[in-house]
Design a protein around this ligand. Sequence first.
Ligand code: ADP
Length: 493
Amino acid sequence: ADNDDENEDEDEDEHATDTTNTSETDATSPPISVDEPTGGLTAGLDPVLQEANGTWIAWGDGDADFDVTNQRDCVRVPPGDEDYTLRRIDLSEEAVDAYYRGFSNRVLWPLCHGFAELVDERPNDLEWYRTVNERFAAAVADHASDESVVWLQDYHFALAPRMIRQAIPDSASIAQFWHIPWPAPATFDYCPAGEEVLEGLLGNDLLGFHVERYANAFLDCVRRFLPDATVDHEQGTIQYEGQITRVVATPMGVDAESYDQHAHDADADQLLSLFDRYDIPRNSAIGLGVDRLDYTKGIPERLTALERFFAENPSWHGDFTFIQKATPSRTEIPAYARHGDLVRSEVDRINRRFGTDDWQPIVYTEDYVEHDDLCALYRHADVMIVSPLIDGMNLVAQEYVAASVDADGTLLLSDRAGAHERLSSHALTIDPTDVQGFATAIDDALSMPPQERTTRMKALRSNVFDGDIADWMATQFDLLRRVHEGADSSNSA
Ligand code: ADP
């Protein structure tokens, strides 16, 4: 599958539904090639689909090595060991623009992240969002049987659950994980077709968020905008039109073992070659940021804090270098293009202010970083800065911890990331908009005694390893099973 979350360019989001117990076998399969995703949700789903012999339904982005235009849109994968069916939904450029770059990422993304002022509703986007959700729902109906469990991923499918509910047997179960935040009612009020979005999601038997705050905000929105719904905050249940939806908070983890292993393999030579590639003085301490170039990630605020730090701490000039790896994302959307320009110009300005012939305070790169290099950077970064203005979870923070095999780095973490709920006790918490507090935290991290760094990092590592992606998957499927068996009438998660 090529919709992994570590793509080198844009469209990193996951767009997939899966059903188990497919009744369909494949059409003739042309030869296909497979890139194994490293870590992340897609890597976690793959073995589950293999075990369930299910069907993975995903939007094809045109790179797939099989012909989706000729009804040959189902293949059995992986090649040579065909365990499950991959069904690609071929979307036209017009559909992608309106559904993905339109309603999904100009409306739902900014709205759910609390950027109501960036909501940009274009005339046909909602209609295309409905159409694409219908196409996925129809595809699910093709594959689903009485025993099926349907699991949808993320905000690209807000309307599909209700459509699927109407199209498949009653005894099948529908669940969804919403990987981004959910806003308070005052913000959700700006959502075009907001009631339809809520009704769509209430087609699910189970609806998951990363943290309680978002789950509670969803319940608040249903209570406010669907007065006929019965909302039980304590149980986390909603009854609407004869259907019960269970709302849970289950924070997602990363493939900690894999990051640990790759980081172990990243030797000093690999790091030195990265220093050479980016012209970093060999004795420099390293700060690191790894983000999609997205206005939610707080990159300008981070640069402002770094500028304050360098202004106040000339002794670190030449001895501390901040590497910002930024991955361009959704660049056709004006808010993203403007944001990219702002980040690049701020980097240039700060480097002109403090840089010398031998040293630049900020090394900024939009190049794709190979997984091994990413792990080497994680392992050797003295300070990792994760400073989103808001983030559903933030996997980068957890990846850094998993890759910190020497336990000698410090994590600076925004209190607005979902990841903060599991890492707050031993990270240095920052408010990304408090310039002085942020700059002081960078100084604190760099001057922290080694013993304290190690103690903090070891505690963080045990949190990340205890709640890894396998654990999350197991929780999801346990909840799904209980919902499916109808045995899940009370608490948990
Ligand atoms: P989001 O899903 O909003 O982009 P996350 O932090 O949750 O934010 O996930 C980002 C994922 O993308 C992480 O798994 C991270 O390792 C990966 N990633 C980001 N930039 C790069 C890059 N340049 N090279 C490789 N992987 C990257």
